[in-house]
Design a binder for this molecule. Sequence first.
Ligand code: FDP
Length: 341
Amino acid sequence: MDHAADAHRTDLMTITRHVLNEQSRNPESRGDFTILLSHIVLGCKFVASAVNKAGLAKLIGLAGETNGEEQKKLDVLSNEVFVKALVSSGRTCVLVSEEDEEATFVDPALRGKYCVCFDPLDGSSNIDCGVSIGTIFGIYMIKDKDNVTLEEVLQPGKNMLAAGYCMYGSSCTLVLSTGSGVNGFTLDPSLGEFILTHPDIKIPKKGKIYSVNEGNAKNWDAPTAKFVEKCKYPKDGSSPKSLRYIGSMVADVHRTLLYGGVFLYPADKKSPNGKLRVLYEVFPMSFLMEQAGGQSFTGKERALDLVPTKIHERSPIFLGSYDDVEEIKALYAEQTKSGSA
Ligand code: FDP
């Protein structure tokens, strides 16, 4: 191998090059989306760097953060990073963040046509033990940026233009779909660039893994309980599925996307709407799953058909390999049939 040549791989597909290539296929594009995305990428790099320093900062303190001043909580810091990055892009008119109770309407002078819904640091209960966490985002177009209302933010997920997540783990990986497949990019820290490492991700049609918080089992509804029972004690001669649950949605969904299987956060007696939030958890992840050839279901309908009524609304969710989600849909259909019989 020619190592000298390998050290100068300037022909690598960076995320910027990838998005510009996609843009050039649309002659009407004015580059607004590319600019927005480059600001999101910058936000991800900032948060990746803060997450990397977090453990150390807590133990020994970092230069410039003395004076007994409290460390800013990482999720609060990440929110500030993304709000600033998005507003300064000049391409957004309204933002919905998991961290902010109300939607943020961007100053009219800085407005663009996009709405971004995001969770700046999802899985934050995992920060202190170094488990992977991530940022999730979904992007919509707003018809009239000067007269945007909250109602326009409450669109069904199928209207999304793009969605993605960035996982801060042993490596930093950004997974993105702009509506024509799913691509994964890994941050090369020496270049500060996300490089295309997982082109055209397709989820296996059927998987060998199920992923759920089984501690909630006593409160599950019948279809969820039946599905998990089938995963453990299959009656069709197949092998039982393995259980993997990190408890950090980005990491659990990332594994599901690459290895196949199903991730579920169902409704239960205590939480009839499940736990995960529609606008910045359920929708972006469902969009990615469908784009990768999988499915996403709420227990009642295709997740992307849901029309939220509140910005922080929750929904049960079952997403992953096509055939596995098909089985869950059949169990819910059976329940509906026997209930109405
Ligand atoms: P967290 O509470 O750590 O922020 O919605 C947040 C989330 O994590 C998801 O990332 C994760 O999938 C889920 O909650 C885990 O919930 P349980 O602890 O109830 O299993």
